[in-house]
Design a protein around this ligand. Structure first.
Ligand SMILES: Nc1ncnc2c1ncn2[C@@H]1O[C@H](COP(=O)(O)OP(=O)(O)OP(=O)(O)O)[C@@H](O)[C@H]1O
Length: 304
């Protein structure tokens, strides 16, 4: 199995009148990872995804998906890829069951039990005409069609848009299962919690370029965590003020509050001089980190 599921090199997409979709995108998605593709509105996420599926053609640069060129190997790729468009639109008198059976045939056959199993998990009524479905229910049909043939690669554009939190959680389980079974998942999202729960790495795109690629683990490690220590009486705040990576200190009675980046070792050693009644160290919030990258004036770094 190849190490790379998706790669792009210097990918450029210019729409009419010089409107820039992508401005030299170098992307690498490893086989069997879940890659969260994040960025503000208009950054170029959907443009990237459409090029991967050969729904639009790039102005310049190269693309490989599962070792193939989407421009020439589209038919072969369609069976191996599960795709959910950001604007998944299907209409018509047919029911979801009929549509999914038809799409299943195109992809080489999908057992009916697989379709009903997925529909049950998402609470999709397969026997209602698609025309009358709400946006959320159409999105469920979109998720089922992307996952149903157990593809090697899932490419998902805003997959849970319009779904309630309960269904977002079920979607998280679907992604985790697909990954366990060996699939690679590339998904754009604005829902940080689902990225936090599923992604191995995230790429942050801004103005058509990647401004950061990092593992979720390392983002967490570098993120600021809010720490609250409660002591059994007086303590010397100056001891904590000197600690590297510990900032925004405030003291209320016997309670010390601050923000910590990096590991907790030095903070714990300093605290151990006193009797600690309580320690609260909050999980870093990825959302904060993303805002930090979005706010950067220039392109940041690409690591991991
Ligand atoms: N068909 C089009 N014609 C002209 N410009 C377009 C077209 N599609 C996208 N663009 C422009 O390309 C840029 C990238 O758009 P794209 O839809 O890829 O962003 P996105 O990151 O998916 O945003 P969102 O989060 O809003 O879906 C935007 O400036 C957008 O206006």
């Amino acid at each position: 199995m190849a190490d790379t599921a998706i790669s792009t090199e210097d990918l450029v997409k210019t729409y009419g009148r010089g409107s820039r979709g992508l401005a030299g995108l170098d992307l690498e998605v490893r086989t069997n990872e879940v890659y969260g593709y994040l960025g503000p509105n208009g950054a170029g996420k959907s443009t990237t995804i459409r090029i991967l599926l050969d729904l639009i053609r790039p102005t310049g640069g190269s693309v490989r998906v599962l070792g193939l060129d989407p421009r020439t190997d589209g038919v072969a790729l369609r069976r191996r890829v599960g795709y959910l468009a950001g604007d998944f639109v299907v209409d018509g008198r047919q029911t979801s069951r009929q549509l999914l059976a038809y799409l299943g045939k195109l992809r080489g056959g999908v057992p009916a039990a697989r379709i009903t199993g997925l529909a049950d998990r998402l609470g999709l009524d397969l026997d209602r005409p698609i025309r009358g479905l709400s946006k959320g229910n159409r999105q469920k049909a979109g998720i089922v069609q992307a996952f149903m043939h157990s593809p090697e690669l899932l490419v998902l554009d805003e997959p849970t848009s319009g779904l309630d939190p309960f269904l977002q959680q079920e979607f998280v389980h679907l992604v985790q299962e697909a990954r366990r079974e060996g699939a690679t998942v590339f998904m754009s999202s604005h829902v940080m919690s689902e990225v936090q729960q599923t992604a191995d790495r995230v790429g942050i795109i801004r103005d058509g370029r990647l401004v950061a690629v990092e593992s979720v683990e390392s983002l967490r490690a570098h993120a600021l965590r809010s720490v609250t220590l409660t002591f059994d009486g007086e303590f010397d705040a100056a001891v904590f003020d000197r600690l590297p990576g510990f900032t925004d200190l405030s003291v209320t009675g016997a309670t010390l509050h601050g923000r910590l980046s990096g590991h907790t070792d030095e903070l714990l050693k300093a605290a151990s001089r006193y009797t600690v009644l309580d320690l609260l160290c909050e999980e870093p919030d990825l959302e904060e980190i993303f805002f930090h990258y979005y706010a950067l004036p220039e392109a940041g770094h690409v690591a991991a």
